[in-house]
Design a protein around this ligand. Structure first.
Ligand code: SF4
Length: 464
């Protein structure tokens, strides 16, 4: 795993009579991979909204005592990785706003590209700390007719990637941007409904999948039932292809395909497109695991676990010392010398962003005795920044932006390096090219880039 940071995870539940805070806690727990900097839950008992959020992992932020105080019929939750704004308590979500009479809470996954324009409309000078807070402010100024009416007014003015879960005192709302860049699914409980960024969070609370929130759709769930309406036309779709490659959990289902199965197919195609003479196929856990199985299946080279992941490293507030940081990758991945000594390895990883992690992995495998290290990547070179919520925001930080494949190979120190083609990656998802965002690979942005991005973000950088 090379290190693009996930954007955010969303969960929402409307289930009167249930322990909605606890359901939200477990939903967030299943979505922890999407954001590890902060976690928050908002609940309402029909009269009052209560929000609790803090920096840290879900299990660090919430305990029994806190959850016990959060009683209500509906709730939303959020786990965050900051792609805009800094990691502070104020920027943790759900965002909470009130006009004195009515209140709202909001969780956002994605990144808006017209924040300057929105900030002006909201009467803010300069940029808001987060675009999510800005949306909440715009909605709070229009609560007279209720949150649903405010959404119908505000959502059409947003440009960029947004999946949203929102609530007022009585209703749960879910919405997706007109391109559907980030996922959002609806599930049914015996006593209500849930919405979640990924279906793995439906599974954990025992909800059955109903359908995805459609791009350009606003869904309201309350004691009047489920009400869906379009706030914008959605002439084309652009689900982030990187959800399949790296972001989503393998047990989640995106557009009818289990992510694990898509990754296995990525590996099969990679074996055909970029074969290697080797003794063992070694995944970089966890995202490389399904693809390595597919690579092994097609190549006939045995699969072996040569790298073990320390699952509980996560983000910690205890920073490692410099001495430890230099050995950073071993905090997360440790090679097994007995498995790899003297062998020629094909190492399967999901992506190369900055290149430093891949370089450390290659070095660690060599130190553990690998005879050869052939790196194979289940997507094409990432050459363009992402403006839609993934932390790859300048070309300068992308190793492949101005280096050839051979130069990247030299940089990471591998004996050979092979990437899957754009066509191969798209075919493995089962979705047509025109229905996926793949801008970080081919530079074709489905929405205009942000006005504040500036030319320097896209121009050819000088690599240090
Ligand atoms: S630019 Fe890449 S990471 Fe960003 S939304 Fe598009 S496909 Fe996903």
């Amino acid at each position: 795993m090379e290190g693009p940071k996930e954007a955010c995870g969303l969960f929402g539940v409307w289930a009167p009579g249930e322990d909605v805070a606890r359901l939200t806690y477990f939903g967030l727990f299943a979505l922890q991979h999407r954001g590890q900097e902060s976690a928050g839950i908002a609940v309402s008992d029909g009269e009052h909204l209560l929000v609790f959020k803090e920096l840290g992992l879900v299990s660090q932020v919430f305990d029994e005592a806190t959850l016990a105080t959060m009683q209500g019929d509906l709730g939303i939750g959020h786990v965050r990785y900051s792609t805009t704004g800094s990691t502070t308590w104020e920027n943790a979500q759900p965002a909470f706003k009130t006009d004195g009479q009515r209140s709202l809470a909001l969780g956002h996954n994605g990144n808006l590209v017209n924040t300057l324009e929105l900030a002006e409309r909201a009467g803010r000078t300069g940029r808001a700390t987060t675009d999510s807070d800005l949306v909440a402010t715009l909605l709070a100024a229009r609560l007279d007719g209720g949150l649903g009416a405010a959404c119908l007014e505000v959502l059409p003015t947003l440009r960029g990637a947004f999946s949203l879960v929102m609530m007022d005192e009585r209703s749960l709302f879910a919405a997706r941007d007109p391109l559907g860049l980030r996922p959002l699914s609806i599930g049914r409980l015996p006593s209500g409904f849930v919405v979640a960024s990924e279906t793995c969070a439906l599974d954990i609370v025992g909800a059955s999948f109903v359908r995805d929130v459609e791009p350009g759709e606003l869904v309201r769930i309350d004691d009047r039932g489920v009400h869906a309406e379009r706030y914008a036309e959605s002439p084309r779709r652009a689900l982030c292809v990187f959800e399949y490659v790296y972001l989503a959990r393998p047990d989640s289902v995106l557009r009818g395909h289990t992510v694990h199965e898509v990754r296995r197919e990525l590996g099969r195609r990679l074996a055909r497109e970029a074969p290697a003479e080797a003794d063992l196929v070694v995944p970089v856990p966890d995202t490389g695991t399904s693809a390595a199985a597919g690579y092994s299946e097609v190549s006939g080279i045995p699969y072996g676990e040569g790298l073990i992941k320390n699952r509980y490293v996560g983000r910690t507030f205890i920073q490692p010392s410099q001495w430890l940081r230099e050995r950073g990758v071993k905090l997360k991945l440790n090679p097994i010398p007995e498995t790899i000594r003297g062998r020629r390895l094909v190492v399967i990883d999901d992506s190369i962003v900055r290149g430093t992690t891949t370089r450390q992995i290659v070095q660690a495998l060599r130190e553990a005795g690998a005879a050869e290290v052939h790196v194979r990547i289940t997507c094409p070179p990432i050459r363009w920044p992402c403006f839609y919520g993934i932390d790859m925001s300048t070309r300068a930080e992308l190793v492949a932006s101005d280096l050839s494949v051979e130069e990247v190979r030299q940089y990471v120190g591998a004996d050979s390096l092979g990437y899957l083609s754009l066509e191969g990656m798209i075919a493995a998802t089962g979705s047509p090219k025109g229905e996926l965002c793949r801008a970080c690979f081919d530079g074709e942005y489905p929405i205009e880039i942000p006005e504040h991005a500036g030319k320097f973000l896209l121009e050819h950088p000088a690599k240090s």
